[in-house]
Design a protein around this ligand. Sequence first.
Ligand SMILES: [Zn+2]
Length: 350
Amino acid sequence: MRTRSLAGWLMLTALALPTYAQTLTPYPGATDIAPPMAHNDHYDPIHEAGLAPDIDPEKGYRIEDLGAGAFMVTEGVYQMMIVQTDEGLVVVDAPPPIGDKILKAAEDIAPGAKITHLIYSHAHVDHIGFAAQILATNPEMQIIAHQETANILARAADPNRPLPTVTFDGIDTPFQVTAANQLLELNYSGPNHEPGNIEIWHPESRTLMLIDVIFPGWMMWRRMAIAHDIPGVFDLVGQINAKYDFEHLVAGHVGRAGTKADVEEQLAFMTDLHGAALNALGSTAIAEGMAPADTTNPWAVFDNFIDRVTVQCVAELAPEWRDKLSGFDVFIYDQCMAMEQSIRVDGPSL
Ligand SMILES: [Zn+2]
């Protein structure tokens, strides 16, 4: 195969550059927030509400006592939960970024205790991919998940994510896990972040664990936290405060636990996001400002339309939300693009 020399590539690039560069002008009304794929030499600072308690750098993790035997464990970006019982420990999730620190935290909480149960919040590797290593030292433990999660894991056939030994099924059909003196209630509210993503409720400590849906103090991860079902995420975020009388929210990400106020703030942001995307879709003209030759290319017409919708959506949200949510500038384009697309395919109502 013939390969082009570096000098050859440089010459081609130099020849192509003037034409290409001419097209890289911001859309009218764009903010100073860098769009995706543009190099950004600095990001907005992290706001007060985005800060978390310090983590001992020697240990690399932090255990937060939530009361009544429940503990949150975090390494600063991921979160999981351990519940201590009279007969051992119930572990909820096993994120590989926390990894063997889960076993160290278990040892800190109850030296020598066996892990009797592992509950999967959902099937994603980044939240349960350390499960096989917990099973290796606790071969008797039960693994519990919703049937939808079991189905996804059966297809994935991933040795790091062993299949559950106990499943429950249905929507809004709570399933109780009794482990010695502790009780946890699992419930699936229907498709949301991923099919089978459940709520884990520990009534004694008033702790709710709901993963990858709420991001306390922070912008949601990109594309509404890669939501499988965006209307389902809206439903869940809208219901969760009324459904559970919780004091602590273990949300799966960021360095601190959440509260009902964090859920309210995210719901307000999502509602504004939906409104801004709807406004932009309603007021943006198709093909406006395009070179006439490109208007016969439907992919180009929609790329241009979606770009302008997104720019307007970002501009509408920035004044209110940029100083409230940490990481707003990092993922706001992704959120606007996900929202406008959901409105176009799932429908405009919430
Ligand atoms: Zn996930």
